[in-house]
Design a protein around this ligand. Structure first.
Ligand SMILES: O=C(O)CCC(=O)C(=O)O
Ligand SMILES: [Fe+2]
Length: 347
């Protein structure tokens, strides 16, 4: 096996060449020592589990049941920046269908997928691999499909339009309810964020990630540490773990409860709350036995919303704004140019 192998996708590389070693371009130990320190260090065992919220109590409980749930939700946002959602009412059959159809997408011939090869990360449908080598030194052990699904709806041939629309609509509904609870946890009206951030026209993407088995998982990285750009990202996976979140300076493995959604705070919510609820750094590790598929759905404000710290949280000026206001779409441009290196605009 030649070490300089180039393949169009990680999937093709992993399947076709009987690999025993990864090509050097995928080896993150070749990074500068500072970046290596961030990328390395496995998730320790024996750690606190990621907190869980029962969505049915948030949306249909009595006011007495709701208030401790809202308080808990706020604590999870403040202390973890992420949580798992159970009893969410999104149909299990629909979740299986969308995961299956993502597998079908990645299983297509390379030429078929190449039709969606993005020229720019902002193209409405974009299939790619690794990452842009122009902005990162090392390629990631990941192929992806990214689709813009709201307010404009786009769909590739797979997942089929109806399934994609049904799934992403359901996620948007859940996210609006969660943001209602999060607004309340900040002492704001439950509809506050919905109005202030124009969620009726919220920008929503559908990101499917494929991590093929990797012969040297300790040397490769699925996705490096980063924060997500939006308000809340909702993630499901095909039963294979790999996501890790940073909590109190340690990496914690997210053992996602089967059937639950993993939800993490993105940069826009950090800015809006003036840092009270921070976007959480997370990364994806790879393994040498099973193909992992994850679907991450980042949900943002509308593209034209200027996101800035909400005045009600600035205590009449006694607590200064720690972030500059910026249009969400300008932030996205900035983040695309930074090669997934995390927050881009903290003052
Ligand atoms: O695959 C994962 O677990 C993480 C995906 C992710 O962080 C992303 O797509 O932004
Ligand atoms: Fe992410």
């Amino acid at each position: 096996m030649a070490a300089t192998l180039k393949a169009s996708t990680v999937k093709a590389l992993a399947e076709k060449h009987n690999l025993t070693e990864i090509p050097p371009i995928y080896n993150f130990q070749t990074l500068s020592t500072i970046d290596q320190a961030i990328a390395s260090g496995g998730a320790g065992e024996d750690q606190e589990p990621i907190p869980v919220i029962d969505f049915s109590l948030l949306t249909s409980g009595t006011p007495d049941q709701r208030s401790p749930i809202v308080r808990n939700l706020g604590n999870m946002c403040r202390d973890w920046g992420c949580f798992m959602v159970i009893n969410h009412r999104v149909d299990e059959g629909l979740i299986n269908k969308i995961l299956d159809s993502c597998k079908e997408f990645f299983d297509q011939e390379e030429e078929v997928k190449r039709e969606y090869e993005g020229k720019h990360t902002s193209d409405p449908i974009c299939h790619g691999t690794g990452a842009d080598a122009a902005v990162t030194e090392v390629l990631f052990w990941r192929d992806y499909l990214r689709v813009m699904v709201h307010p404009e709806f786009h769909s590739p041939s797979k997942p089929a339009g109806e399934v994609l629309a049904e799934f992403t609509n359901a996620i948007r509904g859940m996210v609006r309810d969660l943001l209602g609870g999060i607004s309340e946890s900040l002492g704001l009206e439950s509809s506050y964020m919905d109005r202030a951030l124009n969620l009726e026209s919220s920008l929503q993407f559908f990101d499917a990630n494929l991590y093929p088995p990797c012969p040297q998982p300790e040397l490769a990285v699925g996705l490096p540490p980063h924060t997500d750009h939006g308000l809340l990202t909702v993630l499901i996976q095909n039963g294979i773990n790999g996501l890790q979140v940073q909590h109190e300076d340690k990496w914690v493995a997210a053992n996602i409860i089967p059937g639950a959604f993993f939800v993490n705070i993105g940069d826009q919510l950090e800015v809006f709350t003036n840092g009270k609820y921070k976007s959480v750094f997370h990364r994806a590790a790879v393994n040498n036995t099973a193909t992992r598929i994850s679907i991450a759905v980042p949900n943002g404000p509308s593209a034209d919303t200027i996101v800035k710290p909400v005045p009600e949280l600035l205590d009449n000026g006694s607590c200064p704004a720690a972030y500059a206001g910026m249009k969400y779409k300008d932030y996205l441009e900035l983040q695309h140019g930074s090669g997934l290196k995390g927050r881009a605009w903290i003052i």
